[in-house]
Design a protein. Structure first.
Length: 349
């Protein structure tokens, strides 16, 4: 190489090449830094724990569940149907005391509306409710009916019901809970927000965001008092402790409706209802056996007994057992395809 370049020329070439590499490195660093800055403005590319409620945080109820498996369960929106809610209430099996309470509430609201039209004074009335009782006693079903009754009375414009629980309201990280509660409240405006097992909001300990969820909910109940009704539900003792532990909850929830457990006869009637709705029947032997088993179960139940949920599970298992039995036979008649026999009920139980 010495034949072509002098020492001075060779030095200049080496310096130029080194300078070129340095410039390329600087340009690469600048490009990476610019890309990172752009990503910081896109909240979908940031880690969950760094997101906050500021800067137009877009919260989507359907996509912001605790995890993918719980998205559809933590928040459920029930659109109102056009049937007569009072007739549906009367058709419910059992729950006579609950029906009377709901009817009394509706009558009271009607009279207060008439007094208001006459210019008479009315005591301040809270439409928020506390449903107490064991699982499977119809609390969610009655909440849907109450939402439609409130619409019928002119309290709510839409009358839909939004169901949720602790997993739908409380976030995993700082800054997630308040936006989540606000988003769910937004979806329930002009309808009813139903919070099942509401006492679980305060069961997470000091490091939990339950208090933040309750504080946000209370503020929305005040800010949207003419557009949002909240019904909280759960076990009787736990719900009383939950409401009494917070003065804000006490001032807004002062009407309790207790849902009693079903009797064995009422559970059997619920089973018959499932049969009718799904075009099944039951043999005399199977019916007698089921009645005795339901009596035994009710007499020996614990506080976690599922009531109507238990009966629904028995029905679903029974028709599966029937399907297994029929797969080994060659059913020819409609009766054979629809009737549950003693073997099906025994195996289901």
């Amino acid at each position: 190489m010495g034949n072509f370049f002098t020492n001075k020329q060779l030095t200049i070439i080496i310096v130029a090449v080194a300078a070129a590499f340095i410039v390329m490195g600087i340009l690469t660093m600048v490009a990476v830094s610019t890309s990172d800055d752009n990503n910081d403005t896109d909240y979908t590319n940031r880690p969950r724990q760094e997101r906050t409620a500021d800067n137009d945080y877009n919260f989507d109820i359907k996509s912001e569940g605790v995890d993918d498996e719980e998205k559809t369960d933590s928040v459920v929106v029930n659109e109102p149907i056009e049937d007569d809610p009072y007739a549906e209430l009367d058709e419910l099996i059992g729950l006579e005391s609950v029906k009377e309470e709901v009817r009394t509430l509706a009558n009271y609201v009607k009279v207060q509306k008439m007094r208001e039209e006459k210019g008479l004074k009315n005591p301040k009335l809270s439409y928020h409710l506390v449903f107490t009782g064991s699982p499977g006693t119809g609390k969610t079903t009655v909440a849907r009916i109450v939402a439609r009754i409130y619409k019928d009375l002119g309290i709510l414009k839409k009358g839909h019901l939004v169901e949720t629980d602790r997993s739908g309201l409380i976030g995993q990280y700082v800054g997630q809970t308040a936006p989540r509660v606000n988003a769910i409240c937004d979806s329930a405006l002009n309808g009813v927000l139903f919070i099942d097992e509401a006492y679980a909001l305060t069961n997470g300990g000091k490091q939990d965001y339950g208090d933040e969820a309750i504080a946000t909910l209370l503020k929305r109940m005040e800010d949207d008092r003419d557009r949002l009704v909240v019904i909280v539900a759960g076990y009787t003792d736990e719900m009383k402790q939950f409401i009494q532990a917070n003065p804000g909850l006490q001032s807004r929830f002062n009407r309790y409706i207790n849902f009693p457990d079903y009797s064995s006869a009422e559970l059997y009637d619920i089973f018959l209802m499932y049969l009718r709705k799904n075009e099944y029947s039951i043999s005399t032997e199977a019916a007698d056996y089921l009645k005795k088993r339901l009596e035994y179960v009710v007499n020996n139940k614990d506080r976690n007994f599922g009531n109507a949920r238990y009966v629904r599970n028995v029905f679903e298992k029974a028709i599966q057992c029937q399907a297994n039995r029929l797969s080994k036979e060659t059913p020819k008649t409609t009766e054979e395809l629809t009737q549950l026999k003693l073997a099906d009920i025994k195996q289901a139980l």
